[in-house]
Design a protein around this ligand. Structure first.
Ligand code: NAI
Length: 339
């Protein structure tokens, strides 16, 4: 794996890409001591493409860093103190910033119920990213993603450093879940199940497109649809007040970060579903939308449209767009009122 990375770096240099961006891949995790942050830190430490892992949290980040740093992979791990200078140092030079900071759901809560707490956490972290890592790829995990991503965009715009190609809402878990749930029904290997999921990342805004999979017969399977849209609730309920999905989310976040690093190092055809500033429904006043996105050295390379869908799926998409618009507007309004 290390040899493969050197090969990528070599190719990149001969193509005259920036050597610093290729040889050194600093990944920063904000919220690194949390339920998602800790396993995400572990998975990033295991990724040979990551050379420098910076862990920040308002508590315990140096402890998590000390623990993870004993794993015998080459990357350097640093935990930062919860101070403005600690945050700035954690961010400086980052190629990727993952943000799982914030509170998770308890049973009976929707992701939107988290808005009041998480909106200000994400806003303040976005300000720090704008100041210390304005060129980084920003991967927002904190919920409600449909609103926290627009919050980050508004802050970056206000600071004059908004690059729509480098801001991503992490919806990977929806696709991970969809492929797993389909494989359970069809008795297949989930690795072979590519289920496109579009829209947003909560309830009815999560729209799986089974008509585009190898199992179009699954369109109209109400139980499966409900499981994909509300799969997170299964975990919240099972954890009984102790949080939401953390381990599966860490896997999904690490996969997304890995895809970005692969694309940055010259690999072609890297496609991930993600919630981005998208032209697809701007004419309806919807500035962000999750669809299949091809990644490249500059972040977003190509945004795929939803493609051919059935009338039933169109009904789901219509419901999604209505909610999504409100969620996005809520994030934008929050920053306008609480800059
Ligand atoms: P957690 O409560 O276990 O961890 C959150 C961490 O954030 C804590 O360690 C806390 O100290 C830290 N934190 C809070 N404020 C901070 C700040 N200002 N700066 C830095 N760190 C700060 O929560 P968990 O389970 O890790 O979930 C985190 C977020 O991820 C939640 O909003 C949750 O809803 C969301 N989530 C998103 C998913 C997705 O698919 N995008 C899936 C599952 C959860």
């Amino acid at each position: 794996m290390f040899a493969a990375r050197r090969t990528f770096a070599g190719i990149a240099q001969t193509r005259a890409f920036s050597a610093s961006a290729r040889d050194l891949s600093k990944v920063t995790i904000l919220g690194a001591a949390g339920g998602i942050g800790q396993p995400l830190s572990l998975l990033c430490k295991l990724n040979p493409r990551v050379t420098d892992l910076a862990l920040y949290d308002i508590r315990l980040a140096p402890g998590v860093a000390a623990d993870v740093s004993h794993i015998n992979t080459k990357s350097k791990v640093t935990g930062y103190d919860p101070t403005p200078s600690g945050l700035a140092a954690a961010l400086k030079g980052a190629e990727i910033v993952l943000i799982p900071a914030g509170v998770p759901r308890k049973p009976g809560m929707t992701r939107d119920d988290l808005f009041n707490t998480n909106a200000s956490i994400v806003r303040d972290l976005a300000k720090a990213v704008a100041e210390s890592a304005p060129d980084a790829n920003i991967l927002v995990i904190s919920n409600p993603v449909n609103s926290t991503v627009p919050i980050v965009a508004e802050i970056l715009k206000a600071k004059g450093v908004y690059n729509p190609k480098r801001l991503f809402g992490v919806t990977t878990l929806d696709v991970v879940r969809a492929s797993r749930f389909v494989s359970e029904i069809k008795n297949t290997d989930p690795r072979d199940e590519n289920i496109t999921v579009v829209g947003g990342h909560s309830g009815v805004t999560i729209v799986p497109l089974f008509s585009q999979s190898s199992h179009p017969d699954l369109v109209g399977n109400a139980d499966l649809l409900n499981r994909v849209q509300f799969g997170g609730d299964e975990v919240v309920k099972a954890k009984d007040g102790a949080g939401s999905a953390t381990l599966s989310m860490a896997m999904a976040g690490a996969r997304f970060a890995e895809s970005l690093l692969k694309a940055a190092q010259g690999e072609k055809g890297v496609i991930e579903p993600t919630f981005v500033d998208s032209p697809l429904y701007k004419d309806q006043g919807i500035d962000f939308f999750a669809s299949r996105v091809e990644l490249g050295p500059n972040g977003v390379e190509k945004i795929h449209d939803v493609g051919k869908i059935t009338a039933e799926e169109q009904t789901l998409l219509d419901a999604c767009l209505g909610d999504l618009k409100k969620n996005i507007e809520k994030g934008v309004a929050f920053v306008a009122q609480n800059p």
